[in-house]
Design a protein around this ligand. Sequence first.
Ligand SMILES: Nc1ncnc2c1ncn2[C@@H]1O[C@H](COP(=O)(O)OP(=O)(O)OP(=O)(O)O)[C@@H](O)[C@H]1O
Ligand SMILES: [Mg+2]
Length: 160
Amino acid sequence: MENENKYSKTCNSIEDTRELAKRFANIVKDDGCFVNLFGDIGAGKTAFVRLVAEALGIKEKVTSPSFTILNEYHTGVIPVYHFDLYRLENVGIKTITDELREYSESDCLTFVEWAEFSQGEVPFDRIEINVTYDDDDNRCYTFTAIGDKEKNIIRKLAEE
Ligand SMILES: Nc1ncnc2c1ncn2[C@@H]1O[C@H](COP(=O)(O)OP(=O)(O)OP(=O)(O)O)[C@@H](O)[C@H]1O
Ligand SMILES: [Mg+2]
């Protein structure tokens, strides 16, 4: 598809998602990226993070950080930080916006699940991934770039 800010990929199996995650990992492995993940419970947000981590050589198995807010992984080619803001529902993302900004400015790969628990958007460049599914193992991953570096990542993703 589409315009320079967006890329969508339908994955019919977990293997397809693994392939997409590998391609994404390969593009962001040097400079990192800040990623917000959206989608219903069970859509495949954590699954994508797990598969990207796998592609980056991270040895630990990525699990949902719901009860810890943040999990970090330092055994791969780039540090990976995985936030899950589900439990911040009532206080909202505002309480940690400054902290998230720091992660967005360093050379690491940061994923944030449930960033919609915010009153507004995070005020910095990022990629948003929206995950939808209708049935079984079909998942649609839509990437949207907010920022120039991010547009470049999406362009590469669409090219391959
Ligand atoms: N093509 C696919 N891509 C990704 N996950 C898939 C696919 N097919 C099946 N699945 C399964 O869907 C489930 C997705 O669960 P996951 O924990 O990633 O959801 P989530 O979006 O993180 O939900 P939550 O909001 O609860 O954190 C996993 O059990 C995964 O194995
Ligand atoms: Mg999850």
